[in-house]
Design a protein around this ligand. Structure first.
Ligand code: ADP
Ligand code: MG
Length: 257
């Protein structure tokens, strides 16, 4: 079953065809990587799917319901979560409070002003922090955390909404190689445990080849390949357009992560 179907999506900025007739599916429970060189149109695709940008043409279906034209908040409510490239946590609040705030905003009417935030969803917040390996930091201020730990908290915030599909545009931006691998491995484990689907972009080919179930490749607005790690690694057009030479893609694929 497909959780998401993108059909003939197109978006131009002036004369630039940022997304040019792109179609793909995300299967239920799938961990799907979208890769491609800078300017390929990856972020534009994400922004159309999450409702921030209207497409010029095409359809996006979530569980067979068209979501094109819905406001971002409504798409989020239907179960499309996302993590942000820029840290979205409130620094002066504790880690647990950040998660509780996300749970409160999901449950909306459960919140009454004047009531202390700490009384709401404390147990669920701790469960979520346990899932991302941050329970021990629950009562620390977010601003004290290392960058990689902030990313884990952001992931817990995204999970607080019980998403069916998580969109992650460069979730590991600014992280060291080892941290990148750890974060993506963590997301993959959460995907399996919670039966959610993930569409993500990631610059490290080592990380993509090690963890993605399937890989789709964009270049200059077009989708040029769709397959598993082996198929993408051996695809001549991907080798040429994406990295310039076949050799570097092969050696990266073979390198230990
Ligand atoms: P990627 O995420 O793959 O690096 P983007 O989707 O950000 O690619 O960009 C695709 C193309 O669209 C690029 O040529 C970029 O300069 C252009 N573009 C993206 N957003 C805008 C915008 N808001 N206004 C004008 N051009 C844009
Ligand atoms: Mg981008």
């Amino acid at each position: 079953m497909n959780i998401l179907s993108v059909r003939n999506l197109a978006k131009a900025f002036g004369g630039v065809r940022a997304v040019n007739n792109v179609s793909f599916d995300v299967a239920s429970g799938e961990f799907l990587a979208l890769i491609g060189p800078n300017g390929a149109g990856k972020s534009t695709c994400f922004n159309i799917i999450n409702g921030q940008l209207p497409p010029d043409q095409g359809d996006v279906r979530l569980l067979d319901r068209s979501i094109v034209g819905l406001p971002p908040r409504e798409i989020w409510r239907l179960g499309v979560g996302r993590t942000f490239q820029v840290a979205a946590t409130f620094g002066s609040m504790t880690v647990a409070e950040n998660i509780q705030l996300a749970l409160v905003s999901q449950h909306g009417k459960a919140f009454r002003f004047g009531a202390a935030l700490r009384h709401y969803h404390a147990q669920r917040a701790l469960d979520l922090l346990r899932q991302v390996g941050m329970a021990q930091a629950a009562h620390r201020a977010c601003k004290e955390l290392a960058y990689g730990d902030v990313k884990r908290v952001e992931l817990a915030i995204a999970l607080a909404n019980n998403p069916r599909l998580l969109l992650m545009d460069e979730p590991t931006a600014g992280m060291a190689p080892r941290e990148r691998n750890d974060l993506i491995a963590l997301v993959k484990r959460l995907v399996l445990e919670n039966n959610i689907s993930v569409l993500f972009t990631e610059h490290s080919m080592d990380v993509v080849f090690a963890h993605a179930d399937r890989i789709i490749v964009m270049a200059r607005g077009r989708l040029i390949a769709d397959g598993d790690s082996a198929a993408i690694r051996d695809n001549p057009e991907v080798q040429q357009v994406y990295l310039g030479t076949g050799r570097s893609l092969r050696s990266r694929a073979a390198a230990p992560s």
